[in-house]
Design a protein around this ligand. Structure first.
Ligand code: GUN
Ligand code: ZN
Length: 433
């Protein structure tokens, strides 16, 4: 048995501030005790340290928060971030589909998977719900890389039998490859699987039906897709699925709207869709930097809150402009304001940690820094730049958090820990052991 003790300022949210009173758990001088990679105890140093006499104490400089959980990201798009000039449908054709074709090569996939995971950890993200490409080999490469780093990750092969030439599967290949990937990887260590139809427009009715069958046949598996991101996309969905009452209903008809369904974006949703999402317990990965970058629109937090829709936060790289969920939290605040919604910085932190964890059904394991959970956490530096130091000096906890979200990004992540191991240290440039 290994026991570790970390002393420092600790902050987490124990539930959604929009739902319950007093969700903030904060120790100005806290103690985190980790036994074999899991949190054995947490609380004020003065109290908790009494129960662990003789335990070596490592002082951490900064604010300890749960590792960030990216609820929607495409690892194969890492190299296409910042591709100029188009909204969603043209951007996919011009920049994304050509880049994804390269993932037929497992060596290329393995290289990008490695770089992507290194970048995630550098940005303080320790878990994510990840799109592969249409190639099963892309998911093999990703899971192998995540397993080697002992990360809690969820991924899936993209189903797209109506995709462009060279990036299409078939109904039967989609079924067989997904079944094989689930059998090999789902539940192996910290890895889980998500059935991943790209979006309504790139799958035939027959393939959407297969996705529904796969989801029903594997109760622990998630459904991961895109929903109501862009106006031209929504018009095309309405034209193809004439009998569906709205975009969500096009998925619902194939059994794809369940409590294990995660929909990216949901920027333009009728109230009916929000009611339906809330009714079944499905949720949305809000991706503000992507929505700004592609000119898709701004997520309506007030509408989602009115209906009680479950939310998490996603970077949506390569449409997103930063892997940093701190930065995306800051942009979520800016997305809310025009609709009259003032996103509280504690709720923004919740979306990036416990909210995403709950959306992904991994909140039993990560996201809360609670006793019994896996010890994935980050140490934030609220003085990472001269301007941040100036803004946060003497400020309240809420102000410091908001300043980190507004001004911070990977520079504000001093260290990242996975299962109690330091896997990224900004000041030395590496992880240790
Ligand atoms: N809709 C369908 N595919 C994609 C994608 O790769 N990125 C985004 N942002 N939206 C999509
Ligand atoms: Zn996406």
């Amino acid at each position: 048995m290994t026991l570790q003790g970390f002393r420092g300022e600790i902050l987490s949210l124990s539930c959604d501030p929009a739902e319950g009173p007093d969700p903030v758990r904060h120790e100005a001088d806290g103690f985190l005790v980790i036994e074999d990679g899991r949190i054995a105890a947490r609380g004020p140093f003065a109290d908790v340290s009494l129960h662990f006499p003789g335990l070596a104490v490592e002082q951490l400089r900064g604010l300890i928060v749960p590792g960030f959980i990216d609820a929607h990201v495409h690892y194969p798009q890492l190299g296409r971030i910042a591709s100029h000039g188009e909204q969603l449908l043209d951007w996919l054709e011009r920049h994304i589909f050509p880049a994804e074709k390269a993932f037929a090569d497992p060596v290329h996939a393995a290289g990008v998977a490695e770089e992507f995971l290194g970048e995630l950890l550098r940005h303080g993200t320790t878990s994510a719900l990840v799109f592969g490409t249409v190639h099963a080999a892309s998911v093999e490469a990703f899971f192998a890389a995540a397993e080697a780093r002992e990360l809690r990750m969820i991924c899936g092969k993209v189903l797209m039998d109506l995709g462009p030439e060279g990036l299409r599967d078939t109904v039967e290949a989609a079924r067989a490859e997904t079944e094989a990937l689930i059998a090999k990887w789902h539940g192996r260590g910290r890895l889980q699987y998500a059935v991943t139809p790209r979006y309504a427009l790139t799958s035939s009715d027959a393939q959407l039906a297969v996705a529904g069958e796969l989801l029903a046949a594997h109760p622990g598996v998630l459904l991961h897709t895109h929903l109501a991101e862009n106006k031209a996309e929504i018009a095309a969905v309405a034209a193809r699925f004439a009998e569906a009452v709205d975009y969500l209903d096009a998925y619902d008809r194939f059994g794809l709207v369940t409590d294990r369904s995660v929909f990216a974006h949901g920027v333009h949703l009728p109230d009916r869709s929000c009611e339906r999402l809330a009714e079944v317990g499905a949720g949305i990965a809000v991706c503000p930097s992507s929505n700004f970058f592609l000119g898709s629109g701004m997520f309506d937090f007030a509408q989602a809150e009115r209906h009680g829709v479950r939310l998490g936060l996603g970077s949506d790289i390569g449409a997103g402009t930063s892997l940093s969920l701190l930065h995306n939290a800051g942009l979520a605040y800016q997305a809310g304001l025009p609709g009259g919604y003032v996103l509280d910085p504690f709720r923004a932190l919740w979306l990036a940690t416990g909210g995403s964890a709950r959306l992904l059904h991994i909140d039993g394991e990560v996201g809360l820094l609670a006793e019994g959970q896996e010890a994935d956490f980050v140490v934030l530096d609220d003085a990472a730049t001269p301007l941040m130091a100036r803004r946060t000096a003497g400020a309240s906890l809420a102000e410091r958090l908001f300043a980190m979200q507004t001004l911070g990004d990977d520079r504000a992540v001093r260290q990242t820990y996975v299962m109690g191991r330091c896997v990224w240290d900004r000041d030395t440039g590496h992880g240790h052991a």
